[in-house]
Unconditional design. Sequence first.
Length: 244
Amino acid sequence: MAAFTMQQQEGYQQKNMTRQTLSNMLYLLLSFPLGIIYFVLMVVGLSVGVGTIIIWVGLPILLLTMIGLRGVAMFERDMAAHLLNIPMPYIQPNRETEGKGRLLRWLRACLRDSVTWKSIIYILLKFPLGILSFVLVVTLPIVSLALTLSPLVYLLNTYIDGFIHAAGYSTHSYLLFAETYNGIFDPIMFARSFIAVPIGILLWWGSRAVLNGLAQMCGLMTRAMLCPSQIDATPKDDYYHSQH
């Protein structure tokens, strides 16, 4: 009974690890389009706002850009907390911005807040990191899967080359450890294709470690740059439960 319970716990932990890996990969995939959107909106907002501030049109544009930066910081914190399972300190509402003239007070509070300025640096870093994350999360699993299924790829490639050869064309395809000639099945080449299977499995384990590490690094960067540094900041989950 104890052995069965231990097996259940190991299976549950393995399932959680797999779920967390998929969640990390989703976060890395989303980093690419979100990084582009953040970068374009910030560059356009700041450049147009600063360029037109002399005719007062730039003031509302800069204000909207500031609101957008705060929204990006909030969204990124929530996404990292939910997808990466990294606790994010909750930013308590600023009571000084309530009452008369609260818009100006809010703007002054934003300008004094280090999170606002760190959000600009975060968006600048998010753009190249999003590209790197997207390339790795797409390339590594596909290459790993292709190597693991190399015998099946050989059979499929041989089948397709056979149709091409029947149409009167000569074919010669290269795989990692095997080759096909005119769609002719070669038992030796088929056996050689199995060499790629353990390489693909090892590559997947290494790829999973790289992707999980990259996702955790991005999450820690989000917490360091987009969360308050006050000692009394409370985790968002704790604040939520205390209010409900």
